[in-house]
Unconditional design. Structure first.
Length: 225
């Protein structure tokens, strides 16, 4: 299920979006200011952020700039600011799309579908084979040929997505930690050891001798197709 973080200080906007998105099978998380938004991206790992610019504590453009220092999560701006300079500033800061208020819910839903389609597309494989499991990153589904499905946690999927998106490439500890947990966790290397061990137990044919989720001692991890 796609998780959407809505960031807006207007309770009626939050309520309307929550109702409409949940009715269409989205998982919805809400934040009322920029500080909450940054914390929610770190803690909730949304697939898309819908962000108002006029927040009470931090301007939305600064929130985008802060996010872009450590995460590529798609950001759709939903704002009453209609000037072209506001749109350019938000897009230059790293926003993926811009919708002005008042907005049409069907248009917003179309924009959401578009950014989620693009999220894993350019150059990133949608599927991978790990041990006996066929892994589909787009639908977050891991199952054997006999149909038996393996449950992975949201954190495990986040790790797997970054590794599988770059087959054969060494991904350093810092990049993995920033991608999954955020910039305040870049020294927590033991998190990686714990979660990679869990992934191997779930997916590798012989977890003690992994063939696909490889450790590069002292440096990071690598996905070997």
């Amino acid at each position: 299920m796609t998780r959407i973080l809505i960031v807006d200080d207007e309770p009626q906007i939050l309520r309307a979006l929550r109702i409409n998105l949940q009715a269409r099978q989205y998982d919805v998380v809400a934040a009322a200011d920029g500080t909450q938004a940054i914390a929610a991206v770190q803690g909730e790992h949304p697939d898309v952020v819908v962000l108002d610019l006029g927040l009470p504590d931090i301007d939305g453009v600064d929130v985008i700039r802060a996010l872009r220092t450590w995460t590529p999560v798609p950001v759709i701006v939903l704002s009453g600011r209609r000037g072209s300079s506001d749109k350019i500033e938000a897009l230059d800061a790293g926003a993926d799309d811009y919708v002005t208020k008042p907005f049409n819910i069907d248009e917003l839903l179309a924009r959401l579908r578009a950014v989620t389609r693009r999220r894993g597309s350019p150059g990133e494989p949608a599927r991978a084979r790990i041990g006996r499991y066929s892994v589909d990153l787009a639908t977050r589904d891991a199952r054997r040929d006999d149909g038996d499905r393996q449950h992975l946690t949201r954190t495990e999927w986040r790790l797997l997505e970054l590794l599988v998106a770059h087959p054969g490439r060494l991904i350093g500890h810092r990049e993995l930690l920033q991608h999954v947990w955020g910039p305040t966790y870049v020294n927590e290397v033991h998190y990686l050891r714990q979660f990679l061990a869990q992934l191997r137990r779930k997916l590798e044919t012989d977890p003690s001798r992994p063939r696909h989720l490889l450790t590069e001692p002292g440096m990071g991890y690598r996905f070997q197709p």
